[in-house]
Design a protein around this ligand. Structure first.
Ligand code: FAD
Ligand code: DLZ
Ligand code: SF4
Length: 507
């Protein structure tokens, strides 16, 4: 049965199930379409990396002898459905549509309409690039009162055998997080991640994106990301030798004008299929076995891949579509404009947003404890915040963005993902970075004219959500501190917070 094999923009992996047992009369379809490019205002680099990687991947498939129809953005095909319709009219004799399940609920809904619309059988294969299936995650979650990542992760270590010795975790501990919160020494040299000069294919895409998406965030000419599996593997191997040895130690650190520190910047490649999670983990384990990286670094990195990444994907599919509508803390303040342009006197926010604009990237602690924390404390509108995260990062796809933003950063799921809100005052930011030394605001002040906005907003966040959050064991200490304040102090702090919320745009 001649089959149309559809490959989506985040499925650029040679090991994709869609590509197994391709027959001679089968066709592959890949399409740059309007709806996917416009469903949110993607950062220019996000569109460039996806389109250029799609074009490079299509070329490699043609090189292997596959028949392939590639729809370019300039053909102005509206949606993935319209792309399939076009291919079916152009190529006679196709009797079957086959693809690997999409990563996102929205796309899954669209594909669910194909069998009826085209009157053809549609086969959707499990995405074996993840280490476990959605069904396996549901099986793990079934009957559990709480779905904590740490316990999921331990099961994943046993399941994969990664960093296991005689059935026990290597080093006798599952998790080395306690040794992963070191402050960054001032004299430490920080190696840069690998970057790539755009080739002719990428240059063409850069011009296209600059032309069609002129007002989206980012500068197309500054694009230097990897766009092929080969380049992405080079970038990862560079990380392995240059940054991974210190990845664990400084995982939570931040420093002014240092966007990457010891992070891998590999989510961009992993999420669109250029890198393979199993391959990355095997390289990390090998480096540890060879004594090239310490255990706290290897374990910290592997936890992110087989723990957090698989966990948020499982949770997303378990909870959708309801998850997207949650707003348990009734957050509704409009997203300030500085999230888009980065012009704010708050140095920590300016840095996180500036890096985002420049690289379509910021590392986890910036996303969680700077822009995410501010959104949580200020009660910013959950949908607007989620849309921002989905738009501005080159690694952003809803299956991974939504649980991280709505659940981890905003606690809008009332603790389905996290055991407590990641709320922190300026004190935390001062401890983990040198931003405050370069800031207009005074991190040691809470209510004065120049006080760090994070401080009053932090206490106000706790106070206004007290009835909902005070039962959380992990917030007892913070509520005790709040309750020890005099009524006059509490009032002063809450007045300051109100004033800040009114003047958000001027911060
Ligand atoms: P590293 O620090 O080098 O970590 C290694 C890898 O582990 C990453 O490449 C990533 O694949 C995985 N990983 C680490 N943390 C997580 C996590 N919490 N969830 C899933 N995978 C993880 N990650 C995305 O891939 N896409 C997103 O859209 C996204 N949105 C986020 C939004 C918010 C509010 C927060 C707090 C986190 C978000 N994350 C997202 C998770 C994390 O911040 C990024 O994966 C990480 O910063 C990517 O940079 P890196 O490759 O240098 O990561
Ligand atoms: C993010 C994205 C963009 C910008 N453009 C396309 C596209 O033109 N064609 C395509 O197949 N995929 C694109 N993607 C990725 C999709 O939005 C989506 O993440 C995947 O189809 C999986 O659900
Ligand atoms: Fe951020 Fe406050 Fe520090 Fe300024 S003083 S960098 S606003 S935490």
């Amino acid at each position: 049965m001649a089959t149309l094999r559809v490959i989506l923009g985040d499925q650029l992996s040679p090991a994709l199930p869609t590509l197994s047992q391709v027959a001679e009369d089968d066709w592959i379809l890949m399409a740059e379409v309007q709806t996917e490019a416009h469903y949110c205002p993607h950062h220019k680099h996000k569109i460039i990396v996806i389109f250029s990687a799609m074009r490079h991947f299509a070329e490699s498939l043609r090189g292997l002898g596959y028949q392939l129809r590639y729809i370019r953005f300039d053909e102005q095909v509206r949606s993935l459905t319209d792309a399939v319709a076009l291919a079916l009219t152009e190529i006679p004799g196709l009797q079957h549509i086959l693809l690997t399940e999409p990563g996102e609920y929205r796309v899954g809904q669209e594909i669910a309409g194909w069998a009826g619309r085209f009157n053809l059988p549609v086969t959707s294969l499990e995405d074996s690039r993840f280490l476990i299936s959605r069904a396996q995650f549901s099986g793990w979650a079934a009957g559990k009162r709480q779905l904590r990542m740490e316990y999921f992760y331990r099961e994943m270590r046993k399941y994969t055998g990664l960093l296991m010795q005689d059935g026990q975790p290597a080093g006798g501990q599952w998790n080395f997080d306690s040794s992963n919160r070191k402050a960054l020494p001032a004299e430490l040299t920080i190696p840069a991640p690998l970057s790539f000069e755009p080739d002719l294919v990428t240059q063409e895409v850069q011009a296209l994106v600059a032309r069609h998406f002129p007002t989206n965030m980012g500068d197309a000419s500054q694009f230097r990301l990897a766009v092929s599996g080969k380049q992405a593997r080079q970038a990862f191997l560079h990380f392995l030798t240059q940054q991974l040895p210190l990845f664990g130690d400084y995982q939570d650190a931040m420093r002014i004008d240092q966007p990457f520190l010891f992070h891998s910047v590999c989510s961009i490649y992993l999420n669109c299929g250029l890198l393979d999670a199993r391959w990355m983990c095997s390289k990390v384990v090998l480096a540890w076995q060879q004594g090239l990286v310490p255990l706290n670094a290897a374990e910290g990195f592997i936890r992110q891949i087989i723990g957090w990444r698989e966990y948020v994907r499982g949770l997303y599919w378990l909870q959708m579509p309801g998850y997207k509508t949650l707003n348990s803390l009734n957050a509704a303040t409009a997203l300030p404009e500085f999230y888009w342009h980065g012009q704010t006197k708050m140095r920590c926010m300016q840095q996180a947003i500036e890096h985002t604009k420049r690289y379509a990237y910021s590392h986890h602690i910036q996303r969680l404890m700077i822009t995410g924390n501010f959104a949580l404390l200020a009660g910013l509108d959950v949908q607007q915040v989620c849309n921002w995260y989905l738009a501005v990062y080159a690694d952003a796809y809803e299956w991974v963005e939504l649980p991280n933003t709505l659940g981890m950063a905003l606690f809008a799921d009332n603790g389905i993902l996290a055991s407590k809100p990641y709320a922190a005052s300026g004190k935390y930011i001062a401890r983990m970075s040198n931003y405050c030394k370069h800031c207009h605001y005074d991190v040691n002040d809470t209510t004065g004219d120049n006080a760090c906005p994070f401080n009053a907003l932090y206490w106000d966040f706790l106070a206004r959500n007290q009835s909902q959050l005070q039962t959380s064991a992990r917030l007892q200490f913070s509520y005790k501190n709040w309750d020890m304040k005099t009524d006059a102090d509490k009032q002063r702090i809450r007045n300051k917070a109100q004033q800040l919320l009114i003047q958000l745009e001027q911060l």
